[in-house]
Design a protein around this ligand. Structure first.
Ligand code: NDP
Length: 246
């Protein structure tokens, strides 16, 4: 992974699941990783593990729903490594339920984390990438950003929004400023994502959903592939789903 080596890569939601797997793969491949999430203990462990293996990593406790946290995160990357090559907008939550359950607080939370969080991180890095005249934003959407089934209306709405943001960013920033935009849409992946579910109907489906799932390593590989392509090539959209997922 030659083009990936020494790149400075910010990853949100780095404390578990797809983010953790991505951090490990990128650091092993020679990237300088900047980890962010709310669970500081997990970030510290992961950072120590990477450094212990000879890799380069720093972390910051950060909530993606805070503009200030996202600004501070970009600042940490700049102060430590002097540039930002890639932002992986991965943090997300999925407390799915039917609309008629009226879990309005969970709708708010999904919109805040999955949509505003993505935008706040982009706002923090875009001026820096424009000044560099290079950069790469990778947004983790979902297969739910392509299809809607009962209980996914709000989550799907947030992930459709993520795809819109990815495509808008590509149109506005790629031709003039050389900033690449990649939208990744995973199917079912074995992570902690279902832990935020409170709807009895969705909890009842959890074992079945988990039985379909693939390893987060598969998504990490897709992210690494998109970064590793030469700078004149932009991978704009990838769907990665378990072979047995309908
Ligand atoms: P996990 O629950 O394992 O990871 C979610 C990550 O997001 C955690 O690191 C969590 O860290 C972080 N996070 C949640 N809320 C915030 C917040 N407010 N601020 C900062 N970080 C936050 O799930 P996945 O790895 O599966 O999820 C990663 C992404 O992949 C999400 O965007 C999800 O929607 C998407 N996805 C997942 C699929 C799956 O089947 N697993 C399928 C399709 C898409 P912490 O709690 O420490 O803050």
């Amino acid at each position: 992974m030659k083009n990936l080596q020494s790149k400075v890569i910010i990853i949100t939601g780095a404390s578990s699941g797809i983010g953790e797997a991505t951090v490990k793969l990128l650091a092993t491949s020679g990237a300088k990783v900047v980890l962010a999430a709310r669970r500081e203990d997990k970030l510290r462990l992961l950072t120590d593990e990477i450094r212990g293996a000879g890799g380069e990593a720093v972390f910051q406790k950060a909530d993606v729903t805070s503009r200030e946290d996202m600004r501070n995160l970009a600042q940490l990357a700049m102060e430590t490594y002097g540039r930002i090559d890639v932002l992986v907008n991965n943090a997300g939550i999925m407390p799915n339920s039917r609309l008629n359950e009226l879990k309005v607080d969970e709708w708010d939370r999904m919109i805040d984390v999955n949509v505003k969080g993505v935008l706040y991180a982009i706002a923090a890095v875009l001026p820096i990438m424009k000044a560099q005249k290079s950069g790469h934003v990778i947004n983790v959407s979902s297969i739910s950003g392509h299809i809607i089934v009962p209980t996914t209306a709000v989550y799907s709405a947030t992930k459709f929004a993520v795809r819109a943001i990815s495509e808008g960013l590509r149109q506005e920033e790629s031709p003039e400023f050389g900033i690449r935009s990649t939208n990744i849409s995973p199917g079912v992946v074995k992570t902690e994502l279902l832990n935020s579910v409170t709807s009895p109907e969705v909890i009842g489906m959890s074992d079945w959903i988990r039985s379909l799932s693939i390893s987060p390593d598969r998504i990490a590989h897709a992210i690494a592939y998109a970064i590793n392509e030469p700078d004149d090539t932009s991978i704009n959209e990838m769907i990665i789903r378990p072979t047995i997922q309908s």
